[in-house]
Design a protein. Structure first.
Length: 254
């Protein structure tokens, strides 16, 4: 194929797309016209000061928060449609939160198996095989029968990641997943996310780990006061930010 023909070929449709997304809570407008496109296999990192709308943005992608206006699509699912089938969406879009939200009376393995067995009605034996493989994937072999209260924060967060992966999603959303962790356990969780990214999982990360965003991200988005101020590949974004607000933020966190 000639270079001109390749250049004329349309780029594939984004796996995740936000078009002019607004979100208000009463009089407070938190998102003010967000446009964002993420291709399959891409890792997008969203950074910015507290209160800039990062967590609201990522929760809108999973329909945990309904948008006020605008369009959100994940592949062929229109998330912003009030009638969206949330079960289908949650099967396609996994999410991991700052708090682990594990069931304390269930073992690590049982936590991972619950949604595929009870929500998707999948075969218990097949789910258990998958869950055990996921425990190994997040480097928690031997902890299958341990309860969350007996695990460290980093271990609990890795169980939470495995639990989301058990639904076999197309996209993984991470909302400040290391914010509640002790410094020594942060790397355990980041290592797990790094491996997912290397395997080609589409990921959207709200993070304050700038070094990780620089290393793993394909694209970095800086939000401030409900808008995306600036975005670009991490090499360009961190080396030569164009907007004064971006430069000021990076000077405070790097």
């Amino acid at each position: 194929m000639s270079e001109n023909a390749a250049a004329d070929r349309p780029s594939p449709r984004p796996l995740v797309q936000l078009i002019d997304v607004h979100k208000s809570f009463g009089e407070l407008e938190v998102l003010k016209g967000i446009d964002l496109s993420i291709q399959k296999g891409e890792v997008a990192c969203v950074i910015g000061p507290s209160g800039s709308g990062k967590s609201t943005l990522i929760r809108c992608i999973n329909a945990l928060i309904p948008v006020t206006s605008g369009t959100i699509r994940v592949d062929d699912i229109e998330v912003s449609d009030p009638k969206v089938d949330k079960l289908t969406l949650r099967r396609r879009v996994g999410m991991v939160f700052q708090q682990y939200n594990l069931f304390p009376h269930k073992t690590a393995l049982q936590n991972i198996m619950m949604a595929p067995c009870h929500v998707l009605k999948q075969d218990k034996a097949e789910v258990e095989v998958r869950a055990r493989k996921l425990m190994a994937k997040v480097k928690l072999e031997g902890k299958e029968n341990v309860y969350p209260g007996e695990l460290s924060g980093g271990q609990q967060q890795r169980v939470a990641i495995a639990r989301s992966l058990a639904m076999q999603p197309d996209v993984m959303l991470f909302d400040e997943v290391t914010a509640a962790l002790d410094p020594e356990t942060v790397q355990e969780v980041l290592s797990t996310i790094r491996e997912l990214a290397e395997e080609g999982m589409t990921c959207v990360l709200v993070t304050h780990e700038m070094g990780f965003a620089r290393e793993v991200g394909d694209h970095v988005y800086f939000t401030d006061k409900g808008t995306i101020v600036e975005h670009g590949p991490p090499q360009e974004f961190f080396a030569a930010p164009r907007d004064e607000r971006t430069r000021k933020f990076l000077s405070q966190v790097l």
